[in-house]
Each structure stands twice: as C-alpha cells, then as structure tokens.
Design a protein. Structure first.
Ligand code: ADP
Length: 381
C-alpha cells in the first residue's frame, strides 16, 4: 500500500565494493511517487548493483536506503530489512517466469496470502492492465517474448509495490518488438502511477522512458536531470558522447567566443586564451539550399564522401571544401527526403547555440584526444 510519502525510494551516499573493486561510489538518488527514473550508463558502471542494494538482494556496506520515508537499510548500523518486507517489485532481463505454472499462477505468486476472491480479482485486474486477460491459463513456453515480458510486469505489479525495479527489462526482445513493448510498459507504469527505477545501457530507451535520468560512469553519478536537460546541457564530454557520436574539434577562446570551421561560437564562462573542446552532434549540422539558411551564421561548402542509411535519417560523411579547414571531415545527420549524391557539393550550417563547448582536458580528456586524433587522421587522409 502506498503511504502519503512523496518519496518512494531514497538512496543516501551509498557505496559498494566487491573485494578491491569499488562498484558504487557515493551515490545518492531518489525516486518520487509516480516517477519513472532510469539509471543509465555503460556496462559495468554499477547500475545493477544499485538496483540490488535497493531491493535488499545485496547487503548494504555504506550509506542508507529509505522507502516511503522508512529506513530499510543502514550500512553504518549494519541493519537491513529483508527483500520480501521492502515492498519492491522486480523484473529482470530474462523475466524469470516459473515454467511449470500458468500465467495466472505466476501472477498469483507475488500476492502472498490473500482471500481467494480478492486474489482472483487482482489477477484479472493486473492481467487486464497489461492486455493479457485472455492468457490466464497459458503456460510461459506458449507465449512470445513480448507476452512473457508483460506477465513478468504483471507479476511484479500485482502486490502494488512501493517501487518497481526493472533491470534491462527490454534487452531480451528483438528491436522491432522492443519499441512497442517499451511504449506499452510506460503506459502501464504511468496509469498505475507506480514509482519505477529502471536500469538500462541504452540512451534512447532512457530518454523515451524516463522522467529523470541518472547517468553513471565508473560507479558514480556524473549527471542527473530530465532527458532534455542531460541531452542538451551535458556537463562534460563523456555525457555528450554517451548519447551520440560527436564531431570533436578544438579551439582557443578570444573575446568570449571560439572560432570553428563552422563559424564563430559563443563560449560564455570560458576565459580568453583558454583552450576548449568543441563537440558538434551530427544532427546539429544542417544542409541548406544555395541562398537559404540563417544569415547570422556561416554557410560552409563541403563534398559528400559517404552516405549511410539509418532508417528515417542518413549519416553523411562530408569534407569541407574551403578555407584553412579545407579537407576536415565531419559527420552530418540528414533527416530530409532529398539524398545528396556522392561527390556532390552541399552547403552546411550550424546553429552556434547547438555546439557543446568544454574546457580542454576536462574529464574524459584521454578519450577525447584519442577520438580527435582519429578524426584528424581521417581529415588528413
Ligand atoms: P552494470 O549493471 O552497470 O553493468 P554492475 O553493477 O553489474 O554494473 O557491476 C559493477 C562492477 O562490479 C563491474 O565491474 C562488475 O564486474 C562488478 N561486479 C558485479 N557483481 C559482482 C560480484 N557479485 N562479484 C564481483 N564483482 C562484481
């Protein structure tokens, strides 16, 4: 049963080590009632460990875990409420349905002791919620992957958990099915107003599902916020690159701006003379028609060297044609229907506000230098 508390889950300064390996490093996060929160990050950054600590499947070493304002684990005091008393619902990547039980009995498993009529009513209600009312008597092996995922979700939702914990719940599904199931799942979670913490390594999935994202790197939260804020205002190059590959350039700030091959870019907050990294997303560079475009920013001619289809959009590799940056290679994402021909000349324009500018040498610097060396090598080739 939900209390009036506004906070379904609260992790306070949680750290966790496996032997010498620090898997989770001073992480604090909260999930409010009705919110869907994604823990996002590359494989091995500590996401699943956080989920297991929240569920009580892993003993808490340091920090505190509270649910609906009730302390459920305190690393300092060595106190911990067992998982079955925490009121959490769990869905794992492999769904973990019992093969010898029908769908209805799988769902009933989460309900514990309950009067028979109420139990049957709750099973029917939750199967209806996930659109599986006709499958109560079926066995898991007779269901598709997507249907099994819905049953796993129904089983986790049946006891009305204080919080639902999902660990890569869609990664076992094929790509076409995944989009639909993600959409359906989000509707179920929002309709039932179930507070949810979901682990994923897929940035598109996180942006689609989450009210807020916690982006992790090597055990730490590097940025948290709405998908829009994290995508458009990344705090460092690692965050920026986690969502899309970027064109990586460099420059030196003069008079509050930095000169780039695509024009002068404002660099507020960076001192004159400071070396900066300029990250430009492929979709931030636009193709413009001759005589068109925004007259306030530079229009740069380029030659199309490669075209790759990405479904609704195309990725172009283009080589700049003029000026001191002649022969610089850039990646451009083009959503228009018109497909430029290989070897043809096109005109490019960047909205200066879309360039991401960071101090040179900021976190992820080694990675940056490697990537930009590769791009420079490409440009020189
Ligand atoms: P993620 O979910 O982001 O992939 P995990 O939380 O599973 O990351 O793992 C974080 C780090 O801890 C990884 O380096 C992983 O190899 C390690 N790790 C996870 N579980 C264990 C364990 N039971 N014993 C030892 N090391 C572990």
């Amino acid at each position: 049963m939900n209390s009036r508390s506004n906070c379904a889950l609260d992790l306070l300064d949680v750290s966790h080590a496996y032997g010498d390996l620090t898997a989770v490093d001073h992480v604090s996060l909260h999930v409010n009632e009705g919110e869907v929160i994604c823990l996002l990050g590359p494989s091995g950054c500590g996401k699943s460990t956080i989920l297991r600590l929240a569920a009580g499947l892993e003993a808490l070493q340091q920090g505190r875990v509270a649910m609906q304002d009730r302390m459920v684990a305190d690393g300092g005091l060595g106190q911990s409420l067992p998982p079955e008393l925490r009121g959490v619902g769990l869905v794992f990547q492999d769904f973990a349905l019992f093969p010898h039980l029908t769908v209805a009995r799988n769902v009933a498993f989460g309900l514990g002791r309950m009067e028979a009529g109420a139990r049957a009513a709750r099973i029917a209600e939750v199967l209806d919620q996930v659109d599986m009312a006709d499958y109560a008597g079926a066995y898991p092996h007779a269901l598709s992957g997507g249907q099994q995922q819905r049953i796993a979700l129904a089983r986790a939702l049946a006891p009305q958990p204080a919080i639902l914990l999902l660990d890569e719940p869609f990664s076992g599904l094929d790509a076409r099915l995944r989009e639909q199931i993600r959409d359906d799942t989000l509707h179920v979670l929002k309709r039932s107003r179930t507070a949810t913490l979901m682990v994923t390594h897929d940035p598109e999935e996180a942006m689609f599902m989450a009210d807020r994202i916690y982006l992790m790197q090597a055990g730490r939260v590097v940025q948290s916020g709405s998908p829009d804020a994290i995508y458009h205002r990344p705090v460092n190059p690692f965050v920026a690159r986690f969502f899309t590959a970027t064109n990586d350039l460099g420059g030196v700030v003069q008079g509050g701006a930095v000169q780039s091959p695509l024009g002068l870019l404002p660099a507020p907050g960076h001192a004159d003379g400071a070396a900066v990294q300029i990250l430009i997303r492929p979709e931030s560079i636009h193709l413009v028609a001759a005589g068109g475009g925004d007259t306030n920013s530079r229009i740069v001619p380029a030659i199309v060297e490669e075209v790759r289809f990405l479904g609704s959009s195309k990725l172009l590799v283009v080589r700049l044609e003029s000026g001191e940056n002649r022969s610089l290679t850039l990646r451009v994402r083009h959503a228009g229907r018109h497909l430029p021909e290989l070897g043809s000349q096109i005109l490019l324009q960047l909205d200066p506000a879309d360039a991401l500018i960071f101090p040179e040498g900021r976190e992820g610097g080694d990675l940056y230098r490697r990537a930009s060396t590769e791009i420079r090598a490409l440009s020189a080739g």
